[in-house]
Ligand binder design. Structure first.
Ligand code: SF4
Length: 419
């Protein structure tokens, strides 16, 4: 790693750190949403030794390790690479953005093995030199369905079930290419190449597939990729509450997955290491990352779910689906982010405790950049000069209906919004 790639404002990866208010941060992108317990322990130990021990689970199911220095980021990266948590080539790691539904082959009710397909797409991305030109935020989603589908989650290219086959959609288009699992990497490759080729014709290159689809239409992208399509409304499972607690794999209910919610997506290194121990004691020895700020234990016997839940609750993790914190999206905010003038997570905790939530979905963003969440929310609060602007039924960037609110005023406004 050289100083040349330690840049501000960069979309970070393990090998390309980004500076923030609490030091440099790196991003770990678990392959096929999975990490084994020994890798998790090493990661946690290195996050403590080389960083400030604070780790975020992002909306793209990645882990962000905070509080590093340029020198310690390099030492941290060496450990992560040794445990297979990243590609060794920066150009590959930068574009290796493949999110998979968490259970993969463990879920017999899934349409296909999302982990195998995601892994094959990652291998394709590593071998196709032309795709190194993809933007760092460009990503692929692989959703096998089953008991923990990637409900309510979107990506530039989306691979989901379509009956007994697989459909590949583009963000913003209702056209899909139908194929078998072996063809998926090739289809994704053609669509990514088409994105780059069509984007080059535009003076202002699109950064995301949705932008390109708005400009030229999905049909033009599939045509440039030389792929046949069918009109097929995307079969995205409706958004659900984050899957905390026990979810049985089948009706027999003997074995399943257990979701542990991270309050506002944050966890410290010591707690993460404790989760690795619990994964070995109560599950199959792995942790699965999800885009819902939830870490999933797989292969948990129903008879052990209660003991696991008790241990997780004692560690401060969320195991109750009704916990108000699950309905709040909050970025890291001040002081960890220099763009923030408000302490988003501390304020989010006060909101959750205020009884103002009542079924509302809330997004608290330190600034308009909206790192934690891109979608709409019942209430969106955007920090500005130490106060909040409030958007109802919209997203950061929409015109606010109230501005310059203190925390107490924002809580009062939320109470008025309650049904
Ligand atoms: S949304 Fe703004 S304040 Fe929050 S983490 Fe991103 S840049 Fe920082």
């Amino acid at each position: 790693m050289t100083a040349a790639i330690l840049r501000k404002g960069w979309c970070p990866s393990l090998l390309q750190p980004m500076e923030s208010g609490d030091g440099w941060l790196v991003r770990i992108k678990p392959r096929a949403a999975s990490m084994n317990a020994s890798a998790v322990r090493e990661l946690a130990e290195a996050a403590s030794r080389y960083g400030n021990g604070q780790i975020d689970l992002t909306a793209r199911a990645n882990l962000q390790v905070r509080g590093l220095s340029p020198a310690s980021a390099e030492a941290f990266a060496a450990i992560a690479l040794a445990h297979g948590l990243a590609a060794s080539e920066p150009g590959v790691e930068h574009i290796r953005n493949v999110m998979a539904s968490p259970l993969g082959p463990d879920d017999a009710s899934a349409c296909f093995d999302s982990h195998a397909v995601a892994g094959a797409i990652e291998d394709m991305l590593a071998s196709e030199m032309a795709l190194r030109a993809l933007p760092g935020k460009f990503g692929v989603l692989v959703d096998g369905g089953g008991v923990l589908p990637l409900a309510g989650v979107r990506a530039d290219i989306m691979v989901r079930s379509a009956g007994d086959r697989i459909a590949v959609w583009l963000d913003g288009s209702d056209l899909a290419c139908i194929c078998g699992s072996a063809q998926v990497p090739g289809v994704v490759c053609k669509l990514a190449r088409a994105f780059l080729a069509l984007g080059r014709k535009d003076v202002e290159r699109p950064r995301r597939m949705g932008d390109l689809v708005v400009r030229v239409g999905g049909e033009a992208v599939f045509a440039a990729a030389d792929l046949e399509t069918v009109i097929l409304a995307e079969r995205m499972h409706p958004a659900r509450t984050p899957p905390v607690g026990f979810t049985a794999y089948s009706e027999s209910g003997e074995q399943g997955a257990y979701g542990a919610g991270l309050p506002f997506g944050q966890i410290d290194a010591r707690t993460l290491a404790a989760l690795a121990d619990l994964a070995e004691r109560h599950g199959d020895g792995s942790l699965r990352t999800t885009p819902w700020r939830v870490l999933v234990f797989a292969g948990v016997k129903a008879a052990e779910a209660e003991a696991l839940g008790d241990a997780l609750a004692a560690l401060g993790l969320i195991i109750d689906a009704g916990d108000a914190r699950l309905a709040i999206q909050a970025c890291v905010g001040a002081p960890a982010c220099r763009n923030a003038s408000v302490q988003t997570r501390a304020d989010a905790a006060k909101f959750a405790a205020s009884a103002a939530m009542h079924g509302l979905m809330v997004h608290i963003s330190g600034c308009e950049k909206s790192c934690a969440y891109r979608g709409t929310a019942d209430i969106t609060l955007i920090g500005r000069n130490g106060r909040y602007d409030l958007v109802r039924d919209g997203r950061a960037g929409d015109p606010p209906s109230m501005t310059g609110l203190t925390l107490d005023q924002a809580i009062s406004a939320m109470k008025e919004r309650r049904p």
